[in-house]
Design a protein around this ligand. Structure first.
Ligand code: AP5
Ligand code: MG
Length: 222
């Protein structure tokens, strides 16, 4: 029998809960979590040329150019831990990126769209805190860390407010999502891969809805 293999894309507006649900999905299925946002922030922290370029777009709430993220993701998908599947969080984010992923031959089994209204998104993001070391996501209202200051996984690291989490930048990110990323709903719908999930409710409630639609065991289509 062909081994189970999941190629999952988490699609949805900023603050929809992609990172939060990704943590639970990768734990359940033992596949790597590939977040382009986390990868770009790591480049910024390391002070690389790529990071300096990315920062100019991220701080304005704009998408980083396709070529930069496509090259980054295609390199990451070549690592051996992706042989049994992967979870892409925040990629693709434009039709150009989806076409590049499709052309690369990596099999996508599930595109999960997290549906959340704009006002709830702004509330969630403005109360988010993140660990600058491991990327773990918290929320001062719904999911505080144990002491409210430090990351539970990286004990002496203080949680931060992400640089692009100010309300004006969030509004730009939502506009960018509508213009550049929302067309992917139709793109993946036409390919029979789109699974729409109500992203409102608790993280655990949303996770249960994801488990109901995900190709458990993975499609073996190549
Ligand atoms: P990225 O880091 O991907 O940001 P994003 O898509 O804007 O999404 P977020 O990380 O803000 O939200 P999320 O959906 O992960 O929600 P989370 O789980 O944290 O990208 C950042 C930037 O990088 C982009 O703007 C762009 O410039 C660039 N970039 C990245 N990828 C790119 C690409 N492919 N192409 C071009 N540019 C790219 O949840 C939010 C908060 O809500 C948290 O506090 C969480 O605890 C809380 N929460 C989540 N779910 C629930 C729930 N069910 N109930 C209660 N609280 C919840
Ligand atoms: Mg995220």
């Amino acid at each position: 029998m062909t081994p189970a293999r999941l190629g999952v894309i988490l699609l949805g507006p900023p603050g929809a809960g992609k990172g939060s649900e990704a943590e639970l999905i990768v734990e359940r299925y033992g596949i790597p979590h590939i977040s382009t946002g986390d990868m770009l922030r790591q480049q910024i922290r390391s002070g690389t040329e790529l990071g300096r370029l990315a920062a100019r777009f991220i701080e304005k709430g704009l998408l980083v150019p396709d070529k930069v993220v496509v090259d980054m993701v295609s390199d990451r998908l070549g690592w051996s831990d992706c042989e049994n599947g992967f979870l892409l969080d925040g990629f693709p984010r434009s039709v150009g990126q989806a076409e590049a992923l499709h052309a690369s031959g990596h099999t996508v089994t599930d595109v999960i769209l997290l549906d959340v209204g704009d006002e709830l998104i702004v509330r969630r993001i403005t109360s988010r805190r993140s660990c600058p070391a491991c990327g773990r996501v918290y929320n001062v209202v719904t999911l505080p860390s144990r002491d409210g200051v430090h990351c539970d996984s990286c004990q002496d690291v203080e949680l931060i407010v992400r640089a692009d989490d100010g309300e004006a930048t969030i509004r730009n990110r939502l506009r960018e999502y509508q213009a550049m990323t929302a067309p992917l709903v139709e793109w993946y719908g036409a390919r029979g891969l789109l699974k729409r999930v109500n992203g409102e409710g608790t993280v655990d409630e949303v996770f249960v809805r994801i488990l109901e639609v995900i190709s458990v065991g993975g499609s073996t289509e190549e």
